[in-house]
Design a protein around this ligand. Structure first.
Ligand SMILES: Cc1cc2nc3c(=O)[nH]c(=O)nc-3n(C[C@H](O)[C@H](O)[C@H](O)COP(=O)(O)OP(=O)(O)OC[C@H]3O[C@@H](n4cnc5c(N)ncnc54)[C@H](O)[C@@H]3O)c2cc1C
Length: 404
């Protein structure tokens, strides 16, 4: 079997993989991206990127071409909806952000990373002897072997690289089902310039809707184990009764499973030896499941750590774990109850919007958010989040001792 050599193998051509590969290429190292699917590949995603993610795209990959965006091309912000309180619209800091067409945007980023791309090539395993990593992969039924100084696992929720390093990990975490359908719009009073999110414990752990290319997306996320269709029907029924949203039947159903949770409780997975894990595979997820900006930033940090380690001959894993602290702080702060109550961890002014409401409305919103949070109680995250928040307040960081 022929062995393909490179400085780094990046598994996954999503935002984290593209950003990692870009940093390596910019530093003069040869990176090969392995992508299991043919490119451009479909990616179920709302495509709303945070202002920080938008800046990263422009600064690192350049102005976004037309085909990288859906219609409406921009999103002005988020509207939070509650079962008994009035809705709360918030603009993104610094103006609207693009509504990304992941299929074409991810492909554009990967191409602009400067790395070689081996599409249709699935990572299947790795061996790290401390000096080099041997990666096995499969393309069209043929076994392939790669040799590199490091591997970067940027393969999202499939966790292929994580499973190769920690075989029991995937069984040790809760999994969520996230699904969406696309509907013809008969009448929809929800403002199409905003992403809409429901803090409603009766609907699901994550309930959203927004306009795309002339149709309305209705999505719901919940703990793995329930059926999607009845859950989705409950949401469309609620939208009709509460908001007067009249839609055609749901089409083009997309259902994925997600490893949501590590960023809430500071339980990230960063790999071992010369294998770095980044993006969603590492557990990065911002508030309202915005995962692209933290995937881009963490991916870039993984690429920088690898390049820095090549240059200085120092331990890659400890470099990465030191450098990734900044992204851990940004991401976990978004879920930190003390930061939410007394700080400004998000890129939309939640407390400012709340202040505009009458005191009785504010109390109703607080009650609704509290009963929504109780939905997560069986996961046992509440005390962990509080403890991490207190430690963050005292030490200024999230403890690396909880990371894998
Ligand atoms: C329904 C839904 C809506 C969302 N909406 C938003 C949103 O509006 N805004 C936002 O910011 N985030 C959103 N997210 C989250 C966002 O999509 C992810 O956080 C983000 O894509 C993570 O990027 P990544 O690069 O880490 O992984 P991914 O984008 O998942 O990329 C991983 C890549 O690795 C490839 N891969 C997997 N296994 C292998 C293997 N063994 N070998 C080779 N390649 C492999 C995959 O095919 C994929 O291309 C949403 C997610 C879902 C499910």
């Amino acid at each position: 079997m022929r062995t393909i050599k490179a400085d780094a193998i990046v598994v996954g051509s999503g935002p984290s993989g593209a950003a990692a590969a870009k940093r390596l290429s910019d530093a003069g190292y040869e990176a090969v991206i392995l992508e299991r699917q043919a490119l451009p590949r479909h990616k179920p995603c709302s495509g709303i990127v945070s202002p920080r993610g938008h800046r990263f795209l422009i600064e690192n990959f350049g102005p976004l071409p037309e085909e990288t965006m859906h219609a409406p091309q921009y999103c002005r912000g988020v509207v939070f909806h509650f079962p008994s309180a009035p809705s709360l619209p918030m603009e993104f800091d610094g103006g609207p952000t693009p509504h990304l067409y992941r299929k074409f945007c991810d492909n554009w980023m990967a191409r602009r990373s400067g790395a070689k791309i081996h599409a249709g090539t699935e990572f299947t395993g790795l061996e790290d002897d401390g000096k080099k990593v041997t990666v096995s992969a499969r393309k069209d039924g043929e076994e392939l072997r790669y040799e590199a100084r490091c591997v970067i696992g940027a393969d999202g929720p499939r966790l292929g690289v994580v499973k190769a390093l920690y075989p029991g990990y995937a069984q040790s975490i809760p999994w969520f089902v996230v699904g969406q359908k696309f509907h013809a719009i008969k009448s929809c009073p929800l403002d199409e310039d905003y992403f809409h999110f429901w803090f409603h414990p009766g609907l699901g752990h994550y309930t959203w809707s927004h306009a795309r290319d002339g149709r309305q997306i209705v999505g719901v996320g919940f703990k793995s184990g329930d059926a999607f269709d009845p859950r989705h029907a409950r949401v469309t029924g609620y939208l009709r009764e509460r908001h007067g949203v009249e839609l055609g039947p749901g089409e083009d159903t997309e259902i994925v499973t997600a490893n949501f949770g590590p960023s809430l409780i500071n339980r990230y997975v960063f790999g071992k030896g010369n294998a770095l894990i980044t993006g969603q595979a590492a557990g990065f997820f911002n508030m309202i499941a915005e995962g692209m900006s933290c995937a881009l930033h963490s991916g870039a940090i993984a690429g920088e750590a690898a390049a820095e380690s090549f240059r200085r001959g120092t331990d890659m894993q400890s470099l990465y774990r030191g450098m990734i602290q900044s992204e851990v702080r940004r991401c976990s702060d978004q879920w930190n109850p003390l930061k939410i109550a007394f700080g400004r961890p998000h890129e939309a002014d939640f407390r400012g919007a709340l202040k505009k409401k009458a005191p009785a409305e504010r109390r109703a919103i607080a009650r609704d958010i509290f009963s929504f949070i109780k939905l997560y109680a069986p996961l046992g995250w509440g005390w962990q989040m509080l403890r991490q928040a207190l430690l963050r307040a005292v030490t200024g960081r999230y403890s690396p001792s909880r990371w894998l």
